[in-house]
Write a protein that binds this ligand. Structure first.
Ligand code: NAD
Ligand code: GLY
Length: 349
């Protein structure tokens, strides 16, 4: 005997991403803003001058990637239960990618899912983390290994928040902007080459183009069955660099910058990218003081660490290799020796 549950349905998770000064908004619902002490100290008063709600609560989590864990998720959930949030209530993620990912994850599991808004305050979260609905937390096995796809109801990007961002954090965001351009948008790359992102108007245009590029990819492949994996350009190498340096020496975007240079060298060795194109990407990263070199101590050990990446299987490593500027190849079919030769150029034996 068989009982069939007909669950084929079209779900409309569409939402808008607004890049502008925050609009004045009142929510006729219980709302909790999730943030951290640094962001709250700098910008909560401004946010509260724009956002009001029937009942408004602030949940403050400690600042840092090391707090992107179950304990912080529990803090959010406890607060929601204490204030009797229901399925019509809403969360607002107010901070960088750490706050955004955790708020989204808490929203995805509280009473099987409530709405949330993204109000990202770092460049990296404005151009990447807040868009696309990947939410989650870390555990002792690794980064972002627990999570859910849960799209926000809207993303409100106010470039005003970036005025207080430290320059290294700014650079880390630029790395993700460069990532979007190299993988998907040659014209955008050329724009970046000729622009100065320290100019607020130029920056706003770059945020818009990066977000539009990511939105297009997410619309085509929301749950990363294929194309979306291209957004991991630079990350396969970058994750190993973060792992080898114990997450202390480089910000994530900085490790991704070096990772992109390594992916480009791989592309050059496979004749998918010219030396000149690889140099142009390196020059653009260096314009924003991003690191582009790394001394690989042991190429074989570096290679073995690829297998810890959640995109790798037991036998295959997925590499995102640019094809010129503006196109990309997602492949798990590169010979180990080819990658070792590239890593050797970075100082390996
Ligand atoms: P972060 O959230 O740790 O923020 C970096 C630092 O900047 C923190 O100390 C934060 O308090 C501070 N900060 C935030 N806004 C500020 C402001 N306006 N002025 C001054 N300081 C400010 O890091 P991040 O780079 O924003 O995000 C990294 C996280 O995002 C990682 O956990 C990563 O896994 C995640 N991520 C997620 C996605 C996704 O698609 N969901 C994509 C990329 C990255
Ligand atoms: N940051 C990669 C993604 O959103 O898919």
């Amino acid at each position: 005997m068989q009982v069939n549950i007909p669950l084929k349905k079209v779900v409309d998770n569409s939402y808008n991403i607004t890049i502008d000064s925050l609009p004045k908004t009142h929510f006729d619902a219980k709302v909790a803003i999730v943030t951290n002490p640094k962001v709250a100290g700098l910008h909560l008063a401004y946010l509260l001058s724009k956002i009001s709600a029937k009942e408004l609560y602030i949940i403050t989590l400690p600042d840092g990637e090391e707090y992107k864990n179950q304990k912080s998720i529990d803090v959010i959930l406890e607060s929601l239960f204490n204030h009797r949030f229901n399925r019509k209530s809403m969360l607002i993620a107010f901070g960088g990618g750490v706050i955004g990912d955790m708020t989204g994850f808490a929203a995805s599991i509280y009473q099987r899912g409530i709405d949330f808004l993204q109000i990202p305050t770092t460049l990296l979260s404005q151009v990447d983390a807040s868009v696309g609905g990947k939410t989650g937390m870390n555990n002792s096995y690794g980064k972002n290994l627990i999570g859910a796809f849960h799209q926000p109801k809207a993303v409100l990007i106010d470039p005003h928040f970036l005025t207080t961002l430290p320059s290294r954090e700014f650079g880390a965001g630029v790395a993700e902007i460069v990532k979007m351009a190299v993988t998907f948008n040659k014209k955008f790359f050329e724009f970046l080459e000729n622009a100065d992102l320290n100019d607020s108007k130029v920056l706003q245009e770059a945020i818009k183009q990066a977000v539009a590029t990511k939105a297009d990819v997410v619309a085509k492949d929301e749950k990363e069955h294929g194309l979306r994996a291209a957004l991991n350009y630079g990350h396969t190498f970058g994750h190993v660099i973060e792992n080898e340096t114990k997450y202390k020496r480089f910000l994530h975007g900085e490790a991704v910058a070096i990772g992109m240079v390594m992916a480009n060298e791989t592309a050059v060795s496979m004749e998918l990218m010219s030396k000149d194109e690889a140099l142009r990407v390196k020059n653009l990263l260096e314009k924003y003081n991003l690191p582009t070199s790394y001394s690989v101590e042991d190429s074989n050990s570096f290679y073995e660490t690829f297998f810890l990446d959640k995109k790798s299987s037991d036998t295959n490593i997925t590499f995102i290799i640019p094809v010129g500027i503006g196109d990309v190849n997602i492949t798990d079919n590169i010979q180990k020796q080819n990658i070792i030769s590239v890593l050797d150029q970075f100082g390996g034996k």
